[in-house]
Design a protein around this ligand. Structure first.
Ligand code: DUT
Length: 160
């Protein structure tokens, strides 16, 4: 069973009322990165390629801060700290307005016990402007059996 947005909101911070949806919680865009160097996926372990934070649009001094993203692939870091409670698994879906603007967010499984500010792959198929702090995705929780809880290399990531 999928949990209500109100339940999910208890595990996402900070959140405003606008972010709480019937079936999940909207996640906002914090930082956009561009990968510079190749990564590596091995049989044991992996390496994430070097990346650089994309500059905010400077020419027009936009307020609020705005990313102008040409066609390409980017790593998007969400603005919220997410904790996946035991007995659950999380999934992130793109906001449909993103998709309707020829952009897509690719995501993976959010494990029970994970806590951090996670990331997704933002595919831009047509130039787009996205304000920093704009809602780009929605997190949902499903009840799920599991034996262990998440104890991988991304535990506690990006929590300063
Ligand atoms: O779209 C996603 C999906 C998951 N996560 C977070 C939550 C998840 O629990 C964690 C680890 O994901 P995964 O288990 O897929 O990572 P891995 O590549 O297997 O690395 P490790 O074994 O170090 O965890 O990353 C994200 O930030 N974005």
């Amino acid at each position: 069973m999928f949990r209500s947005g109100a339940f999910v909101a208890d595990h996402v911070s900070p959140t405003t009322d606008d972010q709480v949806q019937p079936n999940g919680v909207d996640l906002t865009l914090d930082v956009v990165f561009e990968q510079l160097e190749p990564g590596r996926i091995g049989r044991d372990g992996k390496q994430i390629g070097d990346r650089v934070a994309r500059p905010l649009e400077e020419l027009e001094m936009k307020d609020p801060d705005t990313y102008y993203l040409p066609t390409g692939a980017y790593i998007a870091r969400y603005g919220e700290r997410i904790a996946i409670p035991e007995g659950h698994v999380g999934f992130v879906y793109p906001r449909s307005s993103l998709m309707r603007n020829s952009c897509m967010l690719n995501t993976a499984v959010w494990d029970a016990g994970y806590e951090g500010r996670g990331e997704g792959l933002l595919q831009v198929h047509h130039d787009v402007e996205i304000e920093r702090g704009a809602r780009i995705a929605q997190l949902v929780f499903a009840e799920a059996d599991h034996e262990d809880v998440y104890d991988g290399s991304y535990q506690g990531e990006n929590l300063e």
